[in-house]
Design a protein around this ligand. Structure first.
Ligand SMILES: Cc1cc2nc3c(=O)[nH]c(=O)nc-3n(C[C@H](O)[C@H](O)[C@H](O)COP(=O)(O)OP(=O)(O)OC[C@H]3O[C@@H](n4cnc5c(N)ncnc54)[C@H](O)[C@@H]3O)c2cc1C
Ligand SMILES: *[C@@H]1O[C@H](CO)[C@@H](O)[C@H](O)[C@H]1NC(C)=O
Ligand SMILES: *[C@@H]1O[C@H](CO)[C@@H](O)[C@H](O)[C@H]1NC(C)=O
Ligand SMILES: *[C@@H]1O[C@H](CO)[C@@H](O)[C@H](O)[C@H]1NC(C)=O
Ligand SMILES: *[C@@H]1O[C@H](CO)[C@@H](O)[C@H](O)[C@H]1NC(C)=O
Ligand SMILES: *[C@@H]1O[C@H](CO)[C@@H](O)[C@H](O)[C@H]1NC(C)=O
Ligand SMILES: *[C@@H]1O[C@H](CO)[C@@H](O)[C@H](O)[C@H]1NC(C)=O
Length: 484
């Protein structure tokens, strides 16, 4: 799975030299940068062959595997500042490389609950499971990610759909401040008052404005919760009907669910729906999830537990070793039966096609419906537009193939996840539950998604903030969506 915890500086510099000569490695800027960093911060830099290096780069996805030239694990914001200052000047135009320096934020792992202000401050090197496990005994949490292994930096900087979203909004709606090392190397504490533009940009604008070292969130109360993971391999139309009814009628913000329609097959023919039910109290009121609980299932793990316990038992690795995958997103207002029937048809068709094409490798095709109730009702604005006037939920589409299928699978995966998304959205549009210009959640969107389709009318303001904060485009050295 794509379990990453670190900021990846992929120096994807395809310079004029490479284009002119066609040579992949005329000279590597990364080697120069790593040498300079090793001289200025000798104890923090690791090179291939060392255990530390392996640990730092181990989270790369197969399909984006660029072996870093070195990795660096800063310990203080000051170290980050030195890296940014040194780095920005070392990587000069004219050098080229597709290799890079990986900055691991693993040492930024502080968790601090301040009862007097009711806030939680988290270092950005943490993953959600560590956060929840430490906060549970204190009876608090933050509105963060729903799956183990995912870093808190990404969701918090991109938007953040949480098990608390119906109650308090997205993760970015609960952020009070950021500590950041700016592209200039300056360290600063950002609030809505101290720097309104940057505070706006950091709530959805991802890694374009500097390296965030800590984020302070409003603390949320957390008791034990009711949670279920139920897998259905038959009676799918009953599950679909229950899902539609839940989405059209649920008014209790403590009740949420994710339903994943999946084709998981070594060969054609295995279709399941995996439903995660969540109620933010030990017992849901009668009727809340009854429709789901009475359909016969293939496996059923339903119980009251700690919040962190629930996250742990619903974050299962498929256990099939390395995979290539692509995800994308379909904006949907309400998941009605005709849309979900289209989902079943598309997931089945694409799963069968790819299983036949990559016979011998496991193929996974999924569509995860996230039927939130008024997710944007608590919007406090920010770079990722989520206005109460147009509330769409982000359905996640995914296509994954076991790495044994080889690199030939890469373009097929991309095409397939686009087809799946496009075909389901076409049906949702026909049903009046989506629009072609509905915005896509940046943390799920494929890398070639136009900025306007994620950030809408905020693009111009984000471009101008990026230009002002980062005139030398230091953050252009990092991967991801770019505003300049
Ligand atoms: C299994 C799984 C479950 C998920 N569940 C959810 C969910 O419940 N809700 C949700 O909203 N999303 C979810 N996502 C999507 C998730 O938000 C994105 O994949 C996210 O980008 C992952 O963040 P990361 O920090 O783990 O990854 P990374 O690849 O490390 O970071 C993602 C992006 O953020 C940048 N970034 C990270 N840390 C920093 C930092 N300190 N300073 C500056 N930039 C930084 C990186 O450079 C990169 O551009 C899930 C993804 C997966 C794979
Ligand atoms: C990094 O610096 C140390 C000492 O500061 C040196 O021994 C080592 O050889 C350097 N590593 C590389 C790969 O340059
Ligand atoms: C990265 O290094 C590993 C082991 O050193 C090697 O097996 C792999 O092929 C390399 N990957 C790339 C993309 O060069
Ligand atoms: C579930 O499916 C089985 C077998 O297809 C069928 O006998 C049963 O009536 C269905 N149950 C419900 C609740 O629809
Ligand atoms: C799942 O387990 C719960 C708790 O034991 C039970 O109430 C429910 O009926 C079961 N549902 C299914 C679909 O097996
Ligand atoms: C995969 O290949 C095997 C034999 O090579 C064949 O029997 C099987 O039908 C194939 N499966 C699919 C889905 O094409
Ligand atoms: C995806 O769509 C393209 C173009 O419509 C088509 O050629 C291709 O076969 C489709 N692939 C899958 C897996 O559906």
């Amino acid at each position: 799975m794509l379990y990453t915890t670190s900021v990846v500086f992929c120096l994807l510099w395809i310079s004029a030299i490479v284009r002119a000569t066609g040579s992949p490695f005329p000279f590597t800027a990364a080697q120069t940068a790593c040498k300079l960093l090793n001289e200025t911060l000798p104890n923090l830099v690791s090179f291939p062959g060392s255990q530390q290096f392996d640990a730092d780069i181990s989270h790369y996805r197969i399909e984006s595997a660029q072996n870093a030239t070195c990795s660096i694990e800063p310990v203080t914001p000051n170290d980050v500042s030195n890296i940014v200052k040194g780095g920005g000047h070392a990587y000069n135009v004219g050098f080229s490389s597709t290799l890079g320096v990986q900055i691991s934020m693993a040492k930024f792992n502080n968790i601090h609950f301040d009862a007097s202000t009711n806030t939680v401050t988290l270092g950005t090197g943490l993953i959600w499971d560590e956060v929840y496990a430490q906060l549970d005994p204190l009876g608090v949490t933050v509105a963060g990610g729903r799956v183990m292994g995912v870093g808190n930096g990404g969701p918090s900087l991109g938007g953040g759909y949480s098990w608390k979203t119906n109650q308090v909004g997205l993760t970015i709606d609960t952020i009070v401040s950021h500590d950041i090392v700016l592209p200039s190397g300056e360290m600063t504490h950002v609030t809505s008052k101290s720097n309104p533009d940057l505070f706006f940009a950091l709530r959805g604008g991802l890694n374009n404005f500097g390296i965030v070292t800590a984020i302070t969130y409003i603390a949320q109360p957390q008791t034990e919760i009711f949670g279920a993971n139920i897998i259905y391999n038959q009676n799918i139309s009953d599950v679909t009907k229950a899902l539609e009814t839940f989405h059209l009628t649920n008014t209790d913000p403590k009740a949420q669910l994710i339903a994943t329609y999946a084709s998981v097959a070594t060969q054609a023919g295995s279709f399941i729906v995996s439903v995660n039910l969540f109620y933010d109290a030990p017992n849901p009121p009668p009727g809340t999830f009854d429709a789901f609980l009475k359909i016969p299932s293939m496996s059923n793990d339903t119980k009251t537990s700690t919040f962190s316990g629930y996250i742990a038992r619903t974050s299962t690795d498929p256990g099939i070793g390395p995979i290539r995958q692509a995800i994308h997103v379909v904006p949907v207002v309400k998941y009605t039966v005709p849309i979900l029937e289209e989902v079943v048809a598309q997931v089945t068709r694409i799963g069968n096609t790819l299983s036949a094409q990559f016979n011998g490798s496991i193929v996974i095709v999924t569509f995860s419906a996230e039927p939130f109730t008024d997710p944007f009702a608590h919007s406090r604005g920010g770079a990722y537009p989520h206005p109460p006037s147009r509330q769409v939920t982000p359905a996640q589409t995914l296509v994954a193939i076991q790495e044994s299928a080889g690199a030939a699978a890469e373009p097929v995966i991309l095409q397939a996840v686009k087809n799946l998304s496009r075909n389901v959205q076409a049906r949702a549009i026909k049903e009046g539950q989506s629009k072609l210009n509905d915005l896509l959640y940046p943390n799920y969107a494929l890398s070639d998604t136009p900025l306007e389709l994620m950030y809408g009318s905020n693009v111009a303001r984000l471009r101008s903030i990026a230009k002002r904060m980062d005139p030398q485009d230091v953050m252009g050295l990092t991967g991801g969506f770019k505003f300049q």
